[in-house]
Each structure stands twice: as C-alpha cells, then as structure tokens.
Design a protein around this ligand. Structure first.
Ligand code: ATP
Ligand code: MG
Length: 608
C-alpha cells in the first residue's frame, strides 16, 4: 500500500473551528491585547514601502509611512516607495537597499565587484519548482540563493522601520510580542510562494507568530472601505458612496509585476466578503518596460545588447531608469510621444561593432524608418509603436476585468477601483473608462499607497475580512472501493477486494467560499503499525471537480502528521483539519481517541 497517504474511513466534512484551534491558528489575533504596534511592508516587484501604526498610544493615531525623499534625490519617481533592489559586495555581504543601492551601483567603478539584484519577486509567481534553495541571478549573471535576497530586503526594512519608530520618541518599550508584522503578497500567489516569504521573514528574525501575510488587493480593499477614500476622476471630484452593507466593488491592483483583482462585498457587520476567487496575471507595468527594452534590443541586435549588458551593467541600469521615467509621462495623445535618451555606451558599441552610426542605421532601415526617428542619442518612437508597447498588458487587463463583470457572482457591482502604481498610467485609465462605461472606474488619490495602508489596517484587525474564496481545489490522495467508471489503471486489490488507489479527496474546491476559521477535517491513519510520522501529500488543481490524482493536478507539498505513540498500531486515527479561509493555508491535528492535540506541519517547499 506504499504511496497511499491515507486510508479514509469517512469523507471529510466542513466544521466550525473550536475555540482553542481557532485561537491557535490565529495566534496573533489571540494576542491582540498585547499589540502596541502594527508594522507593514509592501514588498513590491518594482517598489517597496513600509509603514507603522502605534496601537492604543496617545497622540499616535496616524499611519507613519517611510519617506524616501532624501534618498530619491527629488526625482519624479515615488518617494513613499523605494525601488526593490539590493546591492551586495563581491563576498555576498549586504551593502544597501532601494535608491541607495541603485545609486551606489551606478556610481561604482567596477560593477564586477558588486552584486546587484532587482525585480526578483517575480520568481515567486507561478514558479512550480519553487523550493528553499531556488536561486536568482545578479547583474553579472552569477547565481545566489533567492531566499537570502528576500531576507536582506525584509531585514533592511525591518531595521529601518524600527529606527523610524525610535525617532518618533515613543515612550513605550516594544517587546517582540508587542509588534505585529504584516508582509504583503499578491493574492494570486500559490501557497508555496507564501511559505517562501514566511521563511525569508523568519531568517530576518520575524517570528512566525508575529507575522501575518496580507493579500495585496485585499489590503487595498480594506483601505478603500475603511477610509471611505476620496476618489477623483479626470472629469470631476467625487466621493465614493459610503460602503454600506451589500455594496460590491472590484479592486484592480495594477502593480509592477502582477495585476491582481478581487471583488468584495460589504456584509451587514461591515466585514468584507470575497465573492470571486482572486485572479489576475503577470501584466504589471514592468511588462511595458520590457517591451520597450525588447524594441531597443531588436533594433541594435541581441548579441550587441548582450555585450552591452555584460560590459556596461551600470549604463544598462541607466537605460532601464530612463525607460521608466519616460513611460510615466505618456498619455497616449497624438502629440505626446516618447523620446528616449540612449546610453552613450550603447551607441558607441554599435558604431564600433557595426561600422556605422545607430541613427544612420535606424533611419535607413526599411524596418524602422516608419517607426522611429533618431537624432544623436535621442530615439523618438511613433505613436503606433509606443501604444503597441502597452497593448498586451492593456488588452489582458481589459479582457480579464470584462470576464469578471460578466460573471453572475458580481451582479450589482458598480465601482471598479484601480490601485497600485500602474493605475497612474493615463493609457490604462483611458482604456478602462472607455471599455467600462457602465461602471464607475475610480482611482483613489493615494492609489499607489492603498496596499501599504490597507496592510496596516489588516494587521490592526485581521478579522475585518470574514470570508474568502479558495483560489484552487485542494485535496489528498485517497484509497476507496473500486467503482464502475473508475480508470482500470487505478485498480488495485487488497485481500481480494478491489480498490481505486488514486482518488482525489477534495478538501476545498476552487471558487468555494470559506469563513475565516472554518475548517475541513480529514482522517489520517498510519500504514504501518510502528509508524511515528505520517506524510500526507497535498494536491492542487484548477478543476473544481477534480476526481483523480492525475496529470491535471499537482502536488504542492506534504503535511507531516506526528504519531509518536505507536500503542494503537494501525488503529490510530488523527483528525487533520485544514483552514482555507485565511490568507494562508493552516493545518492542525487531533488524535481521535485521546482528543489530544497532534503536531501537523505542512512543507510546501520541498528541496527538489
Ligand atoms: N504614471 C505612470 N505611468 C505608467 N506606469 C506607471 C506610472 N506610475 C507608476 N507606474 C508603474 O507602476 C508600477 C509600480 O507599481 P507598484 O508600486 O504598485 O508595483 P509593485 O508593488 O512594485 O509591484 P507588484 O504589486 O506587482 O509586486 C511600475 O511598473 C511603474 O512603472
Ligand atoms: Mg504592489
């Protein structure tokens, strides 16, 4: 019977979580009375920010947000968030984060002596081989542990935030248990990616009990509702109607890496219910930059661009920053065209390698003549080409939102609220307003900070969200009597009785709503009498009606159920309970006969 994780006696069922289990799972909530500060980090693909709020302390009712004005040097880029990048020395020692890391790297004499990292959060988005040892590459193409880089970021933000608190001269001592940390993650991330973030936080000395993961669009939805935010449109200034019970609204978090969408309903007790599963894709602002970059790469040639990257990593960073700055000024209007200053190093390299100037090549080439003009180092693209850079991201976003508003579950929805840095983009705003004329498309004034502010509010009251929708179908492998219609290849005989060995034991269905604290219980028994630990694999599928453990589902991790007392032999049964209504998957266990608590852990990052 090897390979079978479980011998079921009964099908699993839904139950309310008893108080003690509920409290254990929501440990930070249980200790709410001790919390004196909520500290939140919006760990973005392109930009990160952090903020804190003191709880129950006189004269400190505000949310304090880290300002980067000094480090940013007064440019037009945001000053409440810093670029998510890290600079290490050649030996891997931490040097700097954010604007300082960018500046130090661009000013360094020999980039080969430094290790620079950016945009690494995207590796956690649908990376199916994610494990604790996953690596990423630095600017020189050298690999390093991804977790280490995430840990450096979290550690930097944590230490800097604590210094900020110190500067406020708050007359209170903060012990570890007085601080609740919140780190944001995209709602469309899978469970292994969330565990990866948690492990990085633990390495950065944030203990699991003190950490909550907030789902980014959910955090924004809390902010929008709680603050009853003032919103503005191009045409008029108006206030969003109060979020009265039964109001449904959609939050579209347009970030740098991902676009994350959630639809919420305000319940009678004014808590929030998720009404469609979180959805979205990798259509954030970075996608547009990458297309601009690809256009330039096509123009000069792949090999030459590769050489440029290798020989001039700092000029390459300048080019990326130039694209970012110029992209932000675009409105999509006919007269507003992009003018990109190409790095001198790239122009020189082109001339040296190809024996002619880039501008001569660009203006004489049939392929580019219509698309661009070039004078000296300045590249001006035609409006068509410029708009084409935005097209795939814009089209994907429009298509996705359209699908959601056509879903009967969202009936009655009026407000579509755009948040995240990319919602500042006039081209997106215009496209959304044109396409969704029957809706109110609104952009809160602090759209770029909605996630961060919301993460603080979530930390202050995690139960503000009372119901969530499971994004996937989750289950375990089950053995049951063979039935007509079961695939013959799954048939096995035990003591002459036919069994089906690959049944998908559904614990949560994709699209199913769970209240926070609601659990699903399944029974687990050992397969050998002297077994002290029982591993149970957990599978995930996009199909709400997954029937078998086959190629349409995927193993995401293993629950480890402790069974140290072997007295009962094969007759031992542990009730393993999974809670799907929180921002992360939680598991607990209880011995069925002794009613004692059993330790169950879940490992979603197997070292494969
Ligand atoms: N005015 C603008 N026009 C176009 N794009 C913009 C503008 N302002 C910001 N952006 C884009 O918004 C993105 C940053 O948004 P945000 O800070 O919300 O992302 P993030 O939190 O880093 O990413 P994610 O949430 O996906 O992890 C960048 O890609 C940036 O280029
Ligand atoms: Mg974000």
């Amino acid at each position: 019977m090897s390979g079978l994780e479980e011998i079921p006696e009964e099908m699993s069922g839904l139950e309310e979580l008893p108080d003690d289990v509920f409290e254990e799972r929501q440990r930070p909530v249980k200790e709410s009375s001790k919390i004196k500060m909520v500290a939140a980090m919006d760990f973005g693909t392109t930009y990160s920010g952090y903020a804190f709020k003191l709880i129950g302390i006189e004269n400190h009712k505000n949310i304090y947000v880290k300002s980067w004005n000094e480090e940013a040097g007064g440019g037009c880029l945001p000053s409440e968030k810093a670029p998510t990048c890290v600079l290490l020395g050649a030996n891997g020692d931490f040097k700097s984060f954010g604007y300082t890391a960018e500046r130090e790297f661009s000013e360094c004499e020999d980039p080969k002596n430094w290790r620079f990292f950016k945009h690494f959060k995207m590796i956690l988005h649908r990376d199916q081989g994610l494990c604790s040892n996953t690596t990423i590459k630095d600017s020189n193409g050298k690999e390093i542990s991804a977790r280490l880089i995430f840990t450096h970021c979290i550690k930097f933000m944590k230490d800097d935030l604590m210094e900020m608190v110190e500067r406020k001269k708050v007359d209170t001592e903060f012990k570890t248990e007085n601080i609740r940390w919140v780190i944001t993650v995209p709602a469309i991330w899978e469970e292994p990616a969330k565990q990866f973030m948690r492990e990085a936080a633990r390495e950065a000395e944030i203990e699991g009990d003190n950490l909550l993961l907030a789902l980014e669009p959910e955090a924004a939805s809390i902010y929008v509702k709680e603050m009853n935010v003032e919103v503005h449109t191009d045409m008029n200034q108006s206030r969003l109607s109060a979020f009265s019970p039964k109001t449904k609204y959609m939050i579209v978090d347009l970030g740098g890496g991902t676009v994350d969408v959630t639809v919420r309903e305000v319940l009678r007790d004014r808590s929030l219910k998720e009404i469609t599963k979180a959805s979205g894709g990798a259509w954030g602002g970075l996608h547009v930059n990458q297309r601009f970059y690809q256009f330039i790469e096509d123009l000069v040639g792949n090999k030459l661009m590769e050489k440029f990257r290798e020989q001039h990593p700092t000029a390459q960073l300048d080019l990326e920053r130039e694209l970012e700055q110029k992209k932000r000024n675009l409105t999509g209007d006919e007269h507003n065209r992009i003018l990109i200053n190409l790095p001198g190093e790239l122009i020189e390299l082109f001339e040296k390698t190809k024996g002619k100037s880039l501008s001569d090549f660009a203006t004489s080439s049939g392929r580019y003549r219509e698309k661009l003009e070039m004078k000296f180092e300045k590249l001006r693209m035609s409006l068509d080409v410029t708009m084409d850079m935005f097209k795939p991201a814009v089209d994907s976003i429009l298509r996705h939102v359209e699908e959601l508003v056509s879903d009967p579950l969202t009936k009655g929805l009026k407000n579509i609220i755009l948040v995240g840095g990319f919602s500042d983009c006039k081209i997106i705003q215009k496209a959304m307003r044109e396409k969704f004329k029957d809706f109110r498309v609104v952009i809160p004034q602090e759209a770029g900070l909605a996630v961060l502010h919301g993460a603080v509010l979530f930390g202050e009251n995690p139960l503000i969200v009372s119901e969530r929708v499971s994004p996937f179908t989750y289950g375990t492998r089950q053995l049951r009597f063979f039935q007509d219609g079961d695939p013959p290849e799954y048939r096995t005989e035990i003591g002459g009785v036919p069994y089906c060995k690959n049944v998908f034991n559904v614990l949560a269905r994709g699209g199913q709503t769970f209240r926070v604290g609601q659990r699903v219980t399944t029974e687990v028994s050992p397969v050998k009498p002297n077994q002290t630990v029982m591993p149970v694999n957990v599978y995930q599928s996009n199909n709400p009606d997954q029937m078998y453990v086959d190629d349409d589902c995927r193993e995401i991790g293993t629950m480890i159920v402790d069974m140290p007392d072997t007295t009962g032999g094969l007759d031992r049964i542990v009730d393993v309970s999974l809670a799907f209504g929180d921002t992360e998957l939680h598991v607990t266990g209880r011995d069925q006969s002794s009613k004692e608590k059993v330790s169950v852990t879940i490992d979603l990052l197997k070292n494969n």
